[in-house]
Ligand binder design. Structure first.
Ligand code: GUN
Length: 277
């Protein structure tokens, strides 16, 4: 039976340490989150971000625009926030409505305030093996969780399922930096390769991984989260069967989710400190 990779527990520990640090700051970091439209999942995520920030003593502001806001108006708000000395971190919640170019919007964020690490500057740094200002939140959270349980990545075959800019792509680079052998799979891949993985990290938002697909003793990280037809919260991995085969497994909920928000808080403080120095 696999050991649980407990993201909730690690979140408590990391955020308690972070709160102590923030308590010592004379001036507090300020995180501004922009939410466009009424996507229900995005609203929940954004509320959680704001609530967690406030509990830690981080100033946080949510700007909620209607779905029909123009790209121009959104870009001019970002410009204003870039120039506002009191704002130390900017996050634009994704996805954005179709009429707005995600690339243009992300590109507009000042790299020094890019708390997601998504700007081309920060992505470029990451993909060329240099240090970005901060690392993208979900991949960073996954590595913190694996580190907490002493799971070594050097020389291991890690299969990442999903190639999104939020998880799969940046994660693959961060794993390479840890000297893992990385395979990135996606919707056109033959998933048989999962059988050869020491570590499987799945981020597709569909129930695609069963226990019988895994190598005995592998480590399984489930990044997917969605509601099934019965309204039950599920991940990409069939927990029942996978936990019989894996040595470690992250649950949904309570695995990667809490780590993403933890990383966002860590990143907010990192940008603030970089800004001071
Ligand atoms: N939507 C889902 N995950 C994320 C994330 O990590 N950052 C942003 N900005 N939007 C998201």
């Amino acid at each position: 039976m696999a050991q649980i990779l407990d993201g909730k527990k690690l979140r408590e520990k990391l955020l308690a340490d972070l709160k102590q640090k923030i308590d010592g700051f004379q001036i507090k970091p300020t995180l501004v989150v922009i939410l466009v439209g009424e996507n229900p999942a995005s609203k929940i995520y954004v509320n959680n971000k704001k609530k967690t920030a406030e509990e830690l003593g981080i100033n946080s502001q949510v700007i909620n625009y209607p779905a029909n806001i123009s790209e121009k108006e959104l870009l001019s708000k970002i410009e204003e926030l870039n120039n506002d000395k009191n704002v130390t971190a900017i996050l634009v919640q994704l996805p954005l409505p179709e009429h707005i170019s995600k690339e243009n919007v992300i590109n507009a964020i000042a790299p020094a305030k890019d708390v997601d690490g998504f700007t081309p500057y920060n992505f470029g740094k990451l993909f060329s093996g240099e240090e970005p200002t901060v690392y993208p939140c979900t991949p960073k959270g996954i590595l913190l969780l694996l580190d907490e349980y002493g799971i070594k990545l050097e020389g291991k075959h890690v299969v990442v399922v999903g190639r999104s800019n939020i998880v799969g792509r940046p994660l693959s680079q961060m794993l390479l930096n840890r000297n893992a052998t990385v395979t990135v799979c996606h919707s056109r891949s033959n998933l048989d390769i999962i059988k050869t993985a020491d570590v499987v990290i799945s981020a597709v938002g569909k129930n695609i991984i069963e226990g019988e697909m895994l190598k005995l003793g592998s480590v399984v990280v489930d990044v997917g989260i969605f509601k099934d037809e019965n309204g039950k919260t599920r991940g990409d991995v069939d927990f029942e069967s996978a936990s019989q085969v894996a040595s470690y497994i992250s649950p949904v909920p309570g695995g990667v989710g809490p780590m993403t928000i933890t990383s966002l808080m860590l990143n907010t403080v990192e940008l603030f400190e970089q800004n001071l120095s």
